[in-house]
Design a protein around this ligand. Structure first.
Ligand code: GLU
Length: 412
């Protein structure tokens, strides 16, 4: 296990956790194996009449603690290994935050920016119909991830419902509000990343007011994180998108207004940076909120931030992680830092099942209380066992899944 890939990262982390918890080789076998893996071919008729085939996946890594749960990713790099690793992370994330779920992930190897809205709709509906036999409110509940949003969730919900013969909002989360979505779901991951950042600063004794932050990524996670951090009094000094990074803007709100009007981040007065320069800025907090393997053996040595908060899933390779640990950087791991998304997904599922919808304040308060509980548990285990926050988070999450597995026993 020496190469740096998302599945390798996840397996190395799991192996270390199994050893730290003193679990058996039997436990390693059951915990390191995805329980259900579905690969499908998704045909798409393009607007010009051509037919193309795309590889689609749905991995239900675990259903030990409840129905499996996790997003659907549209990205050219999606493959089976990556989907398994992300489904594994969802399993530990749901256990760490004590949501009554297993873990899942799905996706299609496609660049959604190359699809028209109608093509995206046809692809999403066909993918949904291919995975239909294994999803459902009591089986597996998809949600948005990289490259998908509430439109895709509306089409998935509709495709499932048309086949069922009645409306089934609770089959997916991250839906538009009018279709049974939850208030606060759109900003939930970013809101949670901001709570994690605030608590990490507190743990390191750094004043929140004016603390400097660089964010890699300005999408669904990065943007809402930046907004929430600014509202808490921190100073976002740089953000990046696929075209590179930008610094020197007056506020995130100004940058966003400029982006909406002009379609780029080159607001007057700002300076361009490379993505690597953003990672190496002298800031209090660095937040990787894009894709996997941002912090590796190559990029970690130059990192100057005192705290890294993982907004993305799996942004730090094992080698990158070891380098950060040597430097004394506090890393808030992905399964804790970005859990706000699935926490509010859980609220959405609960609301759909009860047909009773909460106020934005109720969502905010409940999100904060679940995240604070998980943060305190991680900090306590980290202090008492002298392990990193990542090790502590994995020990809690993996430990809960192992305990549930022991209690259920093996059938037959
Ligand atoms: N895709 C998000 C994640 O990685 C959310 C998953 C969900 O809401 O089920 O946590």
């Amino acid at each position: 296990m020496t190469t740096e890939s998302p599945l390798n990262t996840a397996l190395v982390q799991l192996r270390g956790t199994v050893d730290k918890l003193g679990l058996s080789e039997n436990d390693w076998q059951t915990l390191s194996t995805p329980r259900r893996v579905l690969q499908v071919a998704v045909p798409l008729r393009r607007d010009n009449g051509d037919v193309e085939m795309y590889d689609g996946y749905r991995v239900q890594y675990s259903t030990t603690r409840g129905p499996s749960k996790g997003g659907v990713r549209y990205h050219p790099d999606v493959d089976l290994d990556e989907t398994i690793s992300l489904a594994m992370l969802m399993t530990w994330k749901c256990a760490l935050t004590n949501l009554p779920y297993g873990g899942a992930k799905g996706g299609i190897a496609v660049d959604p920016s190359k699809l028209s809205a109608r093509e995206n709709e046809r692809l999403t509906r066909r993918y949904t119909s291919e995975i239909l036999p294994i999803i459902g409110p009591e089986r597996d509940i998809p949600a948005p991830d990289v490259g998908t949003d509430e439109r895709n969730m509306a089409w998935m919900m509709d495709t499932y419902s048309v086949n069922a013969g009645f409306s089934v909002p609770s089959v997916v989360t991250g839906k538009p509000i009018v279709l049974g979505g939850s208030l606060g779901r759109t900003s939930a991951t970013g809101d949670g990343v901001a709570i994690a950042t605030r608590e990490a600063l507190r743990a390191r004794g750094i004043d929140i007011n004016g603390a400097t932050v660089a964010i890699q990524g300005f999408g669904k996670v990065g943007y809402w994180t930046a907004v929430a951090l600014e509202n808490m009094g921190m100073k976002v000094v740089a953000v990046s998108d696929v075209n590179g990074a930008v610094t020197g803007f007056s506020s995130v709100a100004d940058l966003w207004s400029y982006f909406l009007a002009n379609g780029n981040l080159d607001i007057p007065g700002s300076d361009r940076l490379t993505n690597q320069e953003l990672l190496h800025l002298d800031v209090d907090v660095l937040i990787p909120a894009a894709l996997a393997d941002a912090i590796t053996g190559a990029t970690a040595p130059g990192i100057k931030a005192k705290i890294v908060v993982e907004g993305a899933n799996g942004p730090t390779s094992p080698l990158g992680d070891a380098i950060l640990q040597d430097k004394g950087v506090l890393v808030v791991p992905d399964i804790l830092a970005n859990s706000g998304g699935v926490i509010v997904s859980y609220f959405e599922w609960v609301q759909d099942k009860q047909n009773y919808f909460w106020s934005a304040d109720e969502v905010r308060e409940n999100l904060s209380s679940i995240m604070m509980r998980a943060l305190h548990e991680v900090e306590a285990v980290s202090n008492t066992k002298s392990v990193t926050w990542r090790d502590a988070a994995l020990m809690i999450g993996v430990g809960r899944v192992a305990e549930a597995h022991h209690l259920r026993g093996l059938y037959p």
